[in-house]
Design a protein. Structure first.
Length: 615
């Protein structure tokens, strides 16, 4: 006990001394084009943990060491900028240049500077003019209209201000296969297409599953090691594993294939690949399972009424007959699919609509709000929605992710036949059968060991702390055998940098460290059984361990390598010293047993990104 008290006293003295040697810098981070403020930009003293983030108007304040130094500003989709700061300077204003998608007639989505885009457009204009028809009209160019929701990257939070971190789990992996599509096409992905948690969770990890004697369908594992991309920090892993269930013991399925056959789906990597994907699923069906097929284009219609899984030939013939053409009444199709599913709804069945589309809805109830309300109403009845995304050029990732989230289903991007096989064969149970719903995590950090923390990824899964115990709040679901991995980068207590505080000190209360002085954190998990509305609580404690990352398990090192890769692709302000060469080394020593070759493929993608990032 004396040892820990001494450590805390020493840490306080360091923090007090550091505070006395700092000055306050204020300023703004703005878009150079129109002088509007850039929110959530990270401003940092180069090479240190002295950092902050801008508010919604682009303003910031930051305590920095005395003397001359260099400040850097990093924001998604903007070019990073460094400004030298004089020893007595107290204000600084950043003007960042946006990186924007080039205007081209192809499906490229490369991000370049505005000046380069103007040059490219000037060069393209004569080419467009040369393709004028005899009536003087140019052929319509195929501009890229892919759409991604912005990601405001998580930053560090002081444990004294925010000791709790709460979020919903995420078992989706669409971002990884979408990033793979970009890299295999010789392009770097847009930053907002890179959801780091989905990249981490793409891989199979060898976590221990619940056994027959475990009453809970999920197990928790925790460990930690020195952070590989910033060795002054540590990396914590929180790992979940869902129980395994033999296919013959799974409940019967009541499925509706909802397939987009609009004109935008005619390309080879869309409707033809959709047919192949669903044929793979049909092969897995049992006699007790049922499938209906609903299509939508200018209007929605039933191609195949609910049919027993034993009639595979009939189902496959209906799939093969599908053709693309027309506009996209996606909202009407969803309503009809839910109606068909309701007609065969039973409480013990796996009731699910599986939507296959590029997301380009343009007829009927297509707004996010209208679709969301439809899906939430049906979710309450026990009919879930899983989403398969296809294609490129007009892909609407943001809409499809929202639909799957609200429908308590999975979201996968199918870029090739192998991904279809994985989704419907290798992970058949996890894709279609839920073992735990509304799964939430809440982590409490011990200030005796943790000064600050940041959750790596999960930006669109964060929850208010009070929602953790509120069983009316929706969260992610886990399927049979699913694994979920979350990483926290932590700054240990005693760091020479004072923790960034977003809250003024309390006047009437003063914090006091209590509890076990050997624990880094406590993980709490809440879940519901698929047919229940009251949640169950699990807890797990992580004791302190200062091991080198090379000594950590293979799965830990693989997850860390994937996280570092995602942060490099995003040009994250928190990528630290990570390089493609280091990631290749980390992943190369963490391949382990790789029967499907996914880890080997990852290494090849890192090599491709390394070459593309130099162009």
């Amino acid at each position: 006990m004396q040892k820990y008290l001494s450590l805390l006293l020493f840490s306080c003295l360091i923090a007090f001394h550091a505070t006395g040697q700092q000055r306050l810098i204020t300023g703004t981070v703005q878009n150079n084009a129109d002088n509007t403020g850039i929110s959530n930009a990270v401003v940092r003293v180069k090479g240190t943990d002295f950092l902050t983030a801008t508010d919604t108007k682009g303003n910031f304040s930051l305590k920095v060491p005395t003397g001359a130094l260099i400040l850097e500003a990093v924001a998604t989709n903007f070019k990073q900028l460094e400004i030298p700061l004089g020893a007595t300077q107290t204000t600084v204003h950043f003007k960042l240049h946006r990186l924007q998608a080039i205007v081209k007639q192809t499906d490229k989505n490369r991000y370049i500077s505005r000046k380069e885009a103007e040059v490219a457009y000037d060069m393209a204009a004569p080419m467009m003019a040369s393709k004028m028809s005899t009536h003087g009209y140019a052929a319509a160019p195929r501009f890229n209209t892919e759409d991604y929701s912005p990601i405001n990257e998580n930053i560090f939070h002081a444990v004294t201000d925010q000791p709790l971190s709460t979020f919903s789990i995420d078992v989706d992996r669409a971002a990884y296969s979408n990033v793979r599509r970009f890299l295999n096409n010789g392009e770097m992905p847009p930053a907002d297409a890179v959801r780091v948690e989905e990249m981490i969770n793409y891989f199979d990890y060898h976590y221990a599953a619940p056994t027959g004697k475990d009453k809970d369908p999920v197990t928790i594992r925790t460990d930690m090691a020195i952070c590989p991309w910033n060795t002054d920090h540590q990396l914590v892993r929180i790992a979940l594993k869902g129980k395994q269930v033999d296919t013959k013991d799974l409940p019967p399925s009541n499925l509706v294939f909802l397939i987009d056959v609009s004109g935008s789906m005619e390309e080879d990597n869309k409707l033809p690949l959709v047919k192949k994907a669903f044929n793979v699923l049909v092969d897995q069906l049992r006699p007790q399972d049922r499938v209906a097929i609903v299509v939508y284009a200018g209007a929605a219609g039933v191609v195949l009424p609910s049919t027993a899984g034993s009639e595979k030939g009939k189902i496959m013939a209906a799939l093969e007959a599908l053709q693309a053409g027309g506009s996209t009444a996606g909202g009407e199709g969803i309503q009809l699919a839910y109606k068909i599913a309701s007609e065969h709804l039973t409480k013990k069945s796996n009731n699910r609509v599986i939507l296959a589309t590029d997301g380009d809805f343009n007829v009927g109830p297509s707004s996010d709000g209208a679709l969301q309300r439809i899906i939430e109403q049906e979710r309450q009845k026990g009919i879930y929605l899983s989403v398969l995304g296809f294609g490129m050029g007009n892909y609407k990732d943001n809409k499809l992710e929202l639909l799957a989230d609200k429908g308590n289903g999975n979201y996968a991007y199918i870029d090739n036949f192998e991904e279809a096989r994985r989704t419907f064969v290798t992970e058949f149970g996890g894709t279609l059968f839920t073992i735990a719903k509304d799964v939430k995590l809440q982590i409490e950090f011990n200030p005796a060991f943790v000064q600050s923390y940041r959750l790596v990824g999960y930006e669109n899964r964060l929850l208010p702390n009070e929602d953790f115990n509120n069983d009316k709040k929706d969260a992610g679901d886990m399927g049979v055998g699913h694994t979920v991995t979350a990483l926290y980068e932590i700054i240990p207590t005693g760091s020479k940098v004072k923790a960034t505080s977003w809250v003024d000190p309390l006047k009437y209360q003063q914090g006091k460290i209590a509890g076990n002085h050997t624990e880094i954190l406590t993980v709490k998990l809440r879940y519901k059984q698929p047919d229940e509305d009251k949640s169950q609580l699990l807890q797990k404690v992580l004791p302190y361990n200062n091991q080198r990352v090379e000594e950590a398990p293979e799965d830990f090192r693989m997850a860390a390598a994937v996280a570092a890769f995602g942060q490099l692709l995003r040009n994250s302000a928190f990528k630290g010293t990570a390089t493609y060469a280091q990631i290749l080394r980390w992943a190369g020593t963490a391949r382990g047993q790789d029967p499907e070759g996914y880890r080997a493929e990852f290494i090849q993608l890192v090599k491709k990104a390394s070459l593309l990032d130099k162009q």
